[in-house]
Design a protein around this ligand. Structure first.
Ligand code: GLP
Length: 244
């Protein structure tokens, strides 16, 4: 779906999330959201905050799992995805912080594998992801599933692509300060979500959107795996869709 601009697209995505939460609330059920970081979802989170403040949308029955976190990363660091989520969403809504899950960037290396398996189990224990929102990196990564990621991959420790680290350099004051690793949900984890929305804005994303939507399905561009799913919507602005 192509929107004239990012703001209109973000409002539509936020409305869809709000409708899901309200429909499930009416049935006495919780909603399980898979959330993303980066500049792309910021306008969606701002609109969700507005819906909470002005239209009474409640997040008390919402459980969230974030896609990824840098490794190593302290949660209170300025660049952590914990800080990002708190500043952009969680500090401004009535979510129960006990129901928020973001991969832990502080674990000793030898505990990560068991931690990642447990992350998957926690998602399954609450009934699986109702909706996963995604951005896309210029390498074609979703979450931090870089080129080479297997379609059935689970939550795990990964090595970041050089281009991904260059794109993050500004946030860290230089590429050398960007962690070389991250913990990310896998492609397989993302695929289990009942609905997936991938968002992209601006001309900078147009070449990778063309590859993701029209290119051959290949681990070289992990987002191409989404072509295999029939519950994915690409939500784009005109600039990101300009090469399609
Ligand atoms: C990071 C995140 C991804 C995100 C990507 C794009 O690498 N781990 O989940 O999709 O950046 O970022 P942006 O939305 O800032 O372009």
């Amino acid at each position: 779906t192509v929107f004239p601009d990012q703001q209109k697209a973000a409002v539509r995505v936020a409305q869809r999330i709000a409708n899901l939460i309200r429909t499930k609330q009416d049935k006495g059920q919780h909603t399980v959201l898979g959330l993303a970081t980066g500049a792309t979802p910021v306008a969606v989170y701002a609109e969700l905050v507005r819906l909470h403040r002005e239209e009474g949308l409640s997040f008390r029955d919402v459980i969230t799992f974030n896609l990824d976190e840098y490794y190593p990363m302290q949660p209170d660091a300025a660049q952590s995805y914990v800080t990002f989520m708190n500043e952009n969403l969680f500090d401004h809504i009535d979510i129960d912080k006990e129901k928020v899950h973001i991969p832990d960037g502080t674990l000793p290396r030898e505990q990560i594998q068991a931690y990642c398996l447990n992350y998957e189990r926690k998602i399954e224990a609450v009934g699986g992801l109702d909706l996963q929102v995604l951005g896309i990196g210029r390498t074609g990564h979703i979450g931090f599933n870089e080129p080479g990621s297997a379609p059935n991959s689970g939550t795990r420790l990964v090595t970041l692509d050089d281009l991904t680290r260059r794109d993050a350099a500004r946030d860290f004051g230089g590429k050398g300060n960007v962690p070389t690793k991250a913990i990310t949900m896998g492609i397989g984890t993302i695929f289990k979500a009942r609905e997936i929305i991938l968002m992209a804005w601006s001309r900078k994303k147009a070449p990778i959107i063309k590859k993701a939507v029209e290119g051959d399905i290949s681990s070289e561009v992990p987002a191409t795996y989404l072509q295999l799913s029939d519950n994915v919507e690409f939500v784009l602005d005109e600039d990101a869709a300009s090469e399609l």
